[in-house]
Design a protein around this ligand. Structure first.
Ligand code: MG
Length: 376
């Protein structure tokens, strides 16, 4: 039986972020408010799919207001009347629009939610079923705060159960960052995994110098050491250090992933649907990387509960998102201080547990959603 999309709602919300990450004076790229567009895709079958757009100007170049406009004016009209379960067909209707990966991903997420609900199956079943338990280890990000506070935050979250720490570096002089790494390693002990993410903040020479010194603190890998567009630089860093290199900002599209891997620029790719414009694109990139012998890890743009669930479903369904080696960055459900969902991912003791309901497994409470609604 045919099902048709009848309307697409775009609802801007504004959500506060917990300060447990540390008292960052200059936010240095980190945000303490998430401006998100919640999507509701309505159908003539009475099934409603939900999605989330969580772009940011620093990350994908998208904004809440821009995503709302591009969906309302350009993307939604192409989907009205289409069968939402024909996901590849629907997404190909949108393929003429350039960029806007988080907006595309938000819509596609809602289509998968409808498909799952129509079949009474969780998203991970649609992706081929689980290859690992529904509990995922998480990586806690420590922001670029001073050495003492970095150590205090790390010690606290390790005592709460986190077994992997990501230290944000690359915002301050290298010696200062190395002192932060030294202090954090000292308090977390030898058994907790420690990683660093420079968010492209180092020059190639700095990154090579840093990597040699990071080895002595048993850092597991270095994430995005140099600028996102400098794949040759990333490859030079990788060739001159024994530390594995993770590419994050450098890989948005499949073409990015191909270039990155062909240039030998990364040992690990950070992946998630927002960056890649959807779940199907993420599956393609992760599968390509697997064939090339490159591991993938779930990264994050601090998603809210809807997109976090999409990320978690991918992580339990794709063998090459190796959370056993590389803990997931699905930290949004933990960091956001307001929630509008009655079901969804839960976080406890450094572990995220997936919901088991159909589709994304996230049910929204209309009243709680209304309370966080925001006119941008
Ligand atoms: Mg990163």
């Amino acid at each position: 039986m045919v099902m048709k999309i009848t309307a697409i709602e775009t609802i801007p919300v504004r959500i506060g972020v917990d300060r447990r990450v540390g008292h960052v004076r200059d936010t240095k790229g980190f945000r303490f408010t998430s401006n998100i567009v919640v999507l509701k895709v309505h159908t003539d079958a009475g099934i409603e799919g939900i999605g989330e757009v969580n772009g940011s100007p620093d990350w994908s170049g998208e904004t809440c207001l821009g995503a709302k406009a591009v969906i309302d004016q350009h993307l939604a009209p192409k989907l009205i009347g289409e069968d939402p379960r024909r996901i590849r067909h629907c997404m190909s209707r949108l393929s003429k629009t350039f960029g806007n990966p988080f907006a595309m991903a938000g819509l596609e997420m809602a289509l998968f939610d409808i498909l799952g609900k129509s079949l009474n199956a969780p998203l991970y079943q649609l992706l081929g079923g689980t290859v690992r338990p529904l509990e995922l280890p998480l990586r806690f990000p420590v922001m670029p705060v001073g050495p003492q506070e970095s150590a205090e935050v790390a010690a606290r979250v390790v005592s709460e159960g986190f077994r992997t720490i990501k230290l944000k570096v690359g915002h301050d002089p290298l010696d200062y960052d190395l002192e932060r790494v030294r202090r954090v390693r000292e308090v977390i002990g030898p058994d907790v995994r420690l990683t660093v993410d420079a968010n492209g903040g180092w020059s190639v020479n700095e990154a090579i110098r840093a990597s040699h010194q990071l080895e002595q603190y048993n850092v597991a890998f270095v994430e995005q050491p140099v600028h996102r567009l400098d794949l040759d630089g990333l490859a030079r860093v990788r060739s001159q250090t024994r530390l594995p290199v993770m590419a994050d900002e450098s890989v948005f599209t499949m073409q990015d992933a191909i270039s990155c891997i062909q240039k030998g620029a990364a040992d690990i790719l950070s992946v998630y649907p927002g960056k890649h414009g959807g779940i199907l694109n993420t599956v393609a990139i992760v599968t390509y990387a697997e064939a090339a012998g490159v591991h993938c890890a779930i990264g994050s743009n601090l998603e809210w509960d809807i997109a976090s669930s999409a990320m978690a479903h991918l992580a339990v369904a794709l063998p090459n998102i190796t959370v056993e080696r590389y803990a997931a960055d699905i930290i949004g459900p933990f960091f956001h201080i307001e929630h509008a969902n009655t079901t969804g991912c839960s976080v406890s003791g450094g572990t995220l547990t997936l919901p088991q309901g159909p589709g994304l497994g996230v049910e929204l409470d209309a009243e709680r959603l209304r309370l966080v609604q925001h006119q941008p």
